[in-house]
Design a protein around this ligand. Structure first.
Ligand code: HEC
Length: 130
């Protein structure tokens, strides 16, 4: 009887010691660091704005973000939205004006104006190599 309670006590001690060390381990691994270099979930960075500025004239992150917004709103009306990486820069340069003509014809008015067309194109060129 004495041995039984002694071994029970030992087992309990081991159990408590084990669970204590386990919970300690968990609590030390919960620190995470998040570094945000992009805006919202578009993946557009200042590097993209610089790249497009050098290529196609002064462009801000805000304009590329607006290009993404217009692209999403206007270019998925007749078919699914293509990923920017689905076409090359040169292909986008010829497809976008062709599609703007279609969009405006369908709406029977200027649905996408030339400023918006330029923003769509800049967004697609910025993202097509990603
Ligand atoms: C009025 C309907 C309509 C709208 C709006 C529209 N498209 Fe299209 N799109 C089409 C049709 C129809 C085709 C297939 C025939 C063709 O290629 O002309 C097509 C084909 C495409 C293709 C594949 C053709 C190729 O040569 O690679 C791409 C890419 C594309 N569209 C992108 C866009 C983009 C970008 C916009 C927004 C500026 C857009 N579309 C808006 C009707 C539309």
């Amino acid at each position: 009887m004495k041995y039984l309670s002694l071994s029970l006590f030992t087992a309990l001690t081991i159990f408590i010691a084990t669970s204590c060390s386990t919970s300690k381990k968990v609590s030390t691994t919960t620190t995470t660091t998040t570094t945000t270099t992009t805006t919202k979930s578009t993946g557009i960075t200042q590097a993209d704005a610089d790249y497009i500025s050098a290529k196609m004239g002064a462009t801000t992150i805000a304009e590329l973000t607006e290009g993404n917004t217009i692209y999403t709103a206007e270019c998925g009306v007749c078919h699914g939205l293509k990923k920017p990486s689905a076409r090359t820069e040169d292909e986008w340069k010829s497809v976008v004006p062709r599609m703007v003509v279609k969009a405006n014809a369908k709406a029977g008015k200027t649905q996408i104006n030339s400023k918006q067309e330029a923003m769509i194109l800049k967004y697609l060129v910025a993202m097509c190599n990603k």
